[in-house]
Design a protein around this ligand. Structure first.
Ligand code: ASP
Length: 455
């Protein structure tokens, strides 16, 4: 029997007193029409009790996200442009309020925000007002309580998120309410000033709230129906990923697959709370379920590969030295040179008398000669050179652990296409195989692997 994301979701739904944290991205709340869709999603399920909204996003391609408008506003303080941008921002919110037919005025809020900006409030404060105002509107539309994120999400004096204080205060506050809208993207510093997360940080706020109330599920509604097995710019209509583990997701995100803010995984992963990526514009799609490996192990999964992702722009430092294997500490000395120069390495495949270090091309550009000179001085190799133009492709799948011959299938398919493999690295977890090819072969390699495994 094959379990799908929906099965996991249904299993969770079947237990009593379900709590769902529901986060909506900016495109899901870009205008009144999107707000209506959000309201009907929330109203269709009574377990959707705590809602975390982003600021209004783009309504069309050339549109500007409200957060960007606010940041432009900050840059324009003291100029005439300030008033123009601030007026445009107010119009975006008023337009939503009017078209929703809400009995709500944000005039007092606008006056207070403008005053605070003039009084020198920080860039973070200004950026956070996008979520703050959107939260007030959504709470009004849903008839939910509004809880300012500054009251329940905390950073320490170094600006690092403080989970202990947040969990205690947020749990107490939210559990005392039957429902709440909590604006995403920000919290407060010990002195009470507002601090934001990095861009797209409402994903993190949703995860933090989910952890604080120990939610059963963290639903994250976006404008795509979850993760695709492959970049749709490379493969037309790639298969959708139904279930993925946190670890697989990390491997794919690291290699460039982006749907979710990376930092939003940790709070829920620690607590074992599944994340369900859903599509506001297609609410019947079950989306992608992100779960712990243990939960996945209990399932029969027929897919060997979960996803393929890749990045270009790598270089390889190739080193050869006879009898390298008999000399102690060679690898350590080479890596020390890189560490001393502040360069981190991605992969480190080695043979008996050879080693290759894969690094980001950008990190070494302009320093190539120094790197080679320092490594030469340190280990006296027979040869050393740096090649660039390498693309790395990660083939990720928990199914690879039990399927024999997966590597052989990948490499045979690639060889059939006449593509030269420049590097191979398989993590000991057997969760992924990394393949390095010339950047010119990058797209074709991804297509070849996808076609080999997805029929
Ligand atoms: N509004 C913020 C941004 O545009 C945060 C978010 O949307 O998640 O980055």
């Amino acid at each position: 029997m094959i379990f799908s994301g929906k099965d996991i979701s249904n299993k969770i739904m079947n237990t009593k007193n379900i709590i769902k944290i529901v986060k909506f991205g900016g495109s899901s709340l870009a205008d009144a029409n999107q707000f209506q869709k959000v309201a009907s999603i929330i109203n269709s399920d009574p377990s959707r009790v705590y809602i975390v909204p982003s600021a209004p996003g783009k309504r069309f391609d050339s549109d500007t996200k409200v957060t960007d408008m606010l940041l432009n506003c900050f840059k324009a303080i003291g100029t005439d442009e300030f008033n123009t941008i601030f007026t445009n921002i107010k119009e975006r919110y008023d337009d939503i309020i009017i078209n929703l037919g809400l009995d709500l005025s944000l005039t007092d809020e606008y006056i207070a925000i403008e005053q605070n900006i003039k009084n020198g409030y920080s860039r973070d404060y200004i950026a956070s007002r996008g979520e703050y105002l959107n939260g007030i509107i959504l709470a009004k539309l849903l008839n939910y309580n509004f809880v300012d994120a500054a009251e329940i999400i905390f950073f320490d004096e170094n600006g690092v998120f403080n989970p202990t204080q947040t969990n205690i205060v947020a749990e107490k506050k939210l559990k005392s309410l039957p429902n709440a809208v909590i604006p995403g993207f920000y919290g407060s510093m010990p002195d009470g000033t507002v601090k934001t997360f990095s861009r797209d940080g409402s994903d993190i706020s949703g995860a933090i709230v989910a952890r604080a109330v120990m939610a059963d599920i963290y639903e994250n509604w976006k404008d795509v129906s979850g993760f695709l097995m492959c970049d749709p710019r490379i493969i037309k209509n790639p298969k959708q990923i139904k279930v993925i583990t946190y670890r697989e997701l990390r491997e794919l995100s690291y290699m460039g697959a982006t749907v979710l803010h990376e930092d939003s995984i940790f709070p829920v992963k620690l607590a074992g709370i599944p994340i369900n990526i859903r599509n506001t514009n297609s609410p019947d799609d079950e989306g992608t379920m992100i779960v712990a490996t243990s939960r996945c192990n209990a399932m029969n999964n027929n897919d060997i590969i979960t996803g393929i992702a890749g990045k270009k722009g790598f270089s390889v430092i190739n080193i050869e030295k006879d009898m390298m294997n008999q000399e102690l500490g060679v690898g350590m000395r080479v890596l020390k040179v890189l560490a001393d120069m502040g360069i981190s390495f991605e992969h480190f495949p080695s043979g008996i008398d050879t080693m290759s270090i894969v690094v980001n091309k950008e990190a070494i550009t302009g320093h190539e000669k120094e790197i080679m000179d320092r490594i030469t001085a340190s280990i006296n190799p027979d040869s050393i050179d740096i090649e660039s133009g390498l693309g790395l492709i990660a083939v990720v799948g928990r199914g690879m652990i039990r399927a024999t011959g997966t590597a052989s299938r990948i490499f045979t398919a690639i060889a059939r296409e006449g593509i030269n493999i420049r590097m191979i690295d398989q993590g000991s977890s057997e969760l992924n195989i990394i393949i390095g090819v010339n950047e010119n072969d990058f797209v074709n390699t991804i297509k070849t692997i996808y076609n080999e495994f997805v029929k």
